[in-house]
Design a protein around this ligand. Structure first.
Ligand code: PMP
Ligand code: GLN
Length: 375
């Protein structure tokens, strides 16, 4: 008996393994290949010599919680109570899983906008709920008419992701207004807002749910230090939730992980005050611009990359293969690994779009683009 009969191994694992086996440049799984800030490494070394090796308090190190609260106040003008409204998690994945386990019950429906990050739907299924998939529109922005039409008396939660993985799109203010109207129309609806790329957006401002009083009180907002400080392997993140839901979320968290890695928490508590999250978008804008410039000479058609660190391309001028097969071909024959977008669509819709991650050293992007320009 399988609890997840439709689920196999994640595409990230599959493509990274294939990239290693075929010695391909891995632009598939989203992780940086450059060094993290020296200050973070020296903070980690200093911290490891201190008394920080036993269990942290269940909800997180008080110092880290205070620093997260300060970050949210500085960035979003929101004051949240470190003890009652913030939870340190083992990455955004655990934050999302724990939230869904805590708040979704048997037969509850959860709206998921496809293409969607792969950890949402399985968590809903494991919680006994039902994932209702609604396609994003052609521009990979929410189709509010379709979303409204998908709401039923059983709808308990909507999961949104902005800036968006895999498309790299950033929502417009009209999208936020539509979301606020939806939430106002359905006062019982819970918003799970995955904002792991909150600091990586270029031309448009990121309109976080943190900004809006009416959304804050109805949202669980998820962040990832992995994305923000280039430390995806640390598996560190946090969520912010209203106290009444936080009580339920912590009930699950305490039996899921109890508390999160103490050395990483203590390190991040010391590093946050000396870090500058505002710089992140400049770093990635330069990488996006370089990668786009390099790919101009290729036969790929570039879609807008407004945030996150992903670039979608349309390969229909190069091949008729389905996107999964095309990514396999690229990895094995061209030496560059990418992610097929159709795997993020519950209905398997294949628009011949694949995703490259440009969180890479310039030399990696140059070498990858050289290969990609040959086909
Ligand atoms: N949500 C989205 C949209 C992601 O791209 C990722 C991958 N980083 C996650 C959640 C999971 O983040 P983490 O690695 O912190 O678990
Ligand atoms: N978030 C990363 C991506 O989208 C992958 C994380 C993972 O491998 N689970 O590529």
């Amino acid at each position: 008996m399988s609890k997840l009969p439709q689920v196999g191994t994640t595409i990230f694992t599959v493509m990274s393994k294939m990239a290693t086996e075929h010695n391909a440049i891995n632009l598939a799984q989203g992780f940086p290949d450059f060094n993290v800030d020296d200050k973070l490494i020296s903070t980690l070394k200093d911290t490891a010599g201190k008394q920080v090796h036993q269990y942290m308090p269940m909800g997180g190190s008080p110092f880290l919680l205070r620093e997260i609260s300060r970050l949210i106040r500085d960035r979003y003008g929101r004051s949240c109570h470190p003890d009652n409204e913030i939870l340190v998690t083992a990455g955004a994945t655990q934050a999302i899983f724990t939230t869904i386990m805590a708040l979704i019950g048997q037969d509850d429906e959860v709206l998921i906008l496809d293409p969607s990050y792969d950890c949402y739907a399985p968590a809903v299924v494991l919680a006994g709920g039902k994932a209702i998939h609604v396609d994003l529109n052609e521009a990979y922005l929410p189709d509010w008419e379709a979303i409204n039409a998908a709401i039923s008396t059983k709808t308990k939660m909507i999961i949104v992701n902005n800036p968006h993985n895999p498309s790299g799109k950033v929502w417009n203010d009209t999208d936020l207004e539509a979301l606020r109207s939806l939430m106002a129309k359905y006062p019982e609806l819970i918003l799970l807002s995955d904002e792991v790329y909150e600091f990586i957006h270029f031309e448009k401002k990121h309109l976080s749910a943190h900004f809006y009083e009416d959304l804050r009180s109805r949202s669980i907002i998820v962040s990832s230090f992995g994305k923000t400080f280039h430390i995806t392997g640390w598996k560190m993140g946090y969520l912010v939730a209203p106290e009444e839901w936080m009580i339920e979320i912590k009930k699950v968290h305490q039996f899921n992980v109890f508390s999160v890695n103490s050395v990483a928490q203590a390190t991040l508590a010391s590093y946050l005050p000396v870090s500058n999250v505002g710089e992140l978008k400049n770093t990635y804008r330069d990488k996006r611009d370089l990668f786009q410039q390099l790919l101009k000479a290729s036969n790929f058609k570039l879609l807008p990359s407004e945030g996150s660190y992903f670039q979608l391309v349309d390969y229909s001028a190069i091949s008729d293969l389905p996107d999964v097969e095309f990514c396999e071909y690229l990895t094995k024959n061209v030496g560059v690994a990418a992610i097929p977008v159709s795997v993020f669509n519950a209905n398997g819709k294949d628009r011949k779009h694949i995703r490259f991650c440009y969180a890479k050293q310039d030399k990696t992007l140059i070498e990858a683009a050289e290969r990609l320009c040959r086909i």
